[in-house]
Design a binder for this molecule. Sequence first.
Ligand code: ADP
Ligand code: MG
Length: 548
Amino acid sequence: TGSEEVHEFKTETKRLLDIVANSLYSEKEIFVRELISNAADALEKLRQTQSVESDVDSGKPLEIRITLDREKNQFIIQDFGIGMNLEELNANLGTIASSGSKKFLEKMDKEGGAGSKKENIIGQFGVGFYSTFMVGNKIKVYTKSAFPGSKGYCWTTDGQGSYTVAEAENVAVGTKIVIELRDDAKSYSSELEIDSIIKKYSNFVGYPIFLNGKEVNVIEALWTKDTKSVTPEQHQEFYRFIANAWDDPQYTLHFKTDSPLAISSVLYVPEKHMELLGEQTKPGVSLYSRKVLIQPESAGILPHYLRFIKGVVDSEDIPLNVSRELLQDNILSRLRMVMTSRVLKWLDGEAKKNPKKYDEFFMDYGQFIKEGACTDAMHKREISKLLRFESSKSENNSMISLEDYAARSQEGQKRIYYLLTPKRKYAEESPYTEMFKKKGVELLYLYDTVDEFVVNHLKEFQGFDLISADSPDAASDPLLQMERDANSQALSDAEAQDLAKWIETSLGDEVVKGVDVSRRLNSFPAIVQEHESPAMRKMMQMMQGSAK
Ligand code: ADP
Ligand code: MG
């Protein structure tokens, strides 16, 4: 080796090192993710550089090798990437917050290098490397630039405030980092531990990672591929992998957008949802940025009622904070808006493509959609399209959408009528439905307790008010009046009014608020109107029960 130079980190740097090593990251294990990301960047830079300068080469495969030594307590990571020359070593590893990767991108941008894809480069903050100080007593970096005629160097630090650089013999092109693990970080020489950390954060990194000789990241980042090139089998495999499942997705969505945010995403609806009564499944969509995990199964990406959806969303340009663990709140809420609308549009599209299949989906997942109708006021219109109900006119207990109802409503009809009923049979025999049948006005049958809350939240759909069949509004609807038969023996209007008065005084106001004449009945003498809703009644009964 040649002459050795000792460099002091600047004072500010010492303080910064302390911050990075002790408080930037919530988990020590992050150093694995950071080193792999750097190695992947180095390989990507080599690949991109080679496309313009063919004599730049490492002579080795584009891969990352991690070796663990339990005896020596070492974590070693090697890549055959672009490497660093002396100047780059000092600039990139000797200076905090200096990112060679960011500079590389800027240079590529300017020169418009062939095959340059900025979304493939992960690094941007220039602090990731220092995460090794959380786990290492001593860190050695062997590196040699892939540009012809370069020399090899060894860079060492104990993380305390100085580093040394020296020329070194027998250094392979690329970079090899050897970490002597601290006593409290010995577990990072365990293969099992590192295997799970790699799979957690770096499973989709674009270059093969070998751990003690075995390849660990065999699953591709499917979402980055061209949407048309992915086969159903590939989706099935990917779905099973990310959802940890054995079934097949019943719906698959693979999409990319550029505005308002650059997003690549794959989303799946499992064959069946796994939620049991009283239990709630975790959110199923993980957030990635440039193929590196940012938030696993994040609660921020989709609203709670869409928790049954599994998948991945990758946004290459979301502004991460330096630790990559958080993103700015306003960005997350924008991402959530985009994703929510996209998912609702997707389900609506599937429903139109294959209504029968969608009905089956709704039988199983309807509770989630209804939960959304009650909780997500912002997307009320989109969600209301996804609802399905049985109706007086639907055959074989099939279901219809509110759109279907509106489309085939009668001339002059301004309302969507529904009846809360435990069973179709009761509804069909009910005096409330008599006039609907006679006049051919369609009636939705709502069987589920939650349905009442759903219609109360929606209130209207495409200009149609949602009205209960047993409400006074229904009674006064001109569409629902019995015509007067000229030669019938019915009471005259005046006689009917007198009778109503008499009934009202006889029953007294303890029993009724009032008695009215109506033309909405044919074979029934009278009906109760404006009583509490079934859900309300249930609640009252419960309250009375507990009062006793
Ligand atoms: P970032 O990756 O955000 O740029 P890091 O602190 O992780 O910040 O790394 C700083 C810089 O060091 C990188 O931008 C890169 O230029 C250089 N570097 C780190 N690791 C390697 C490596 N394995 N091969 C080549 N250069 C590297
Ligand atoms: Mg980095």
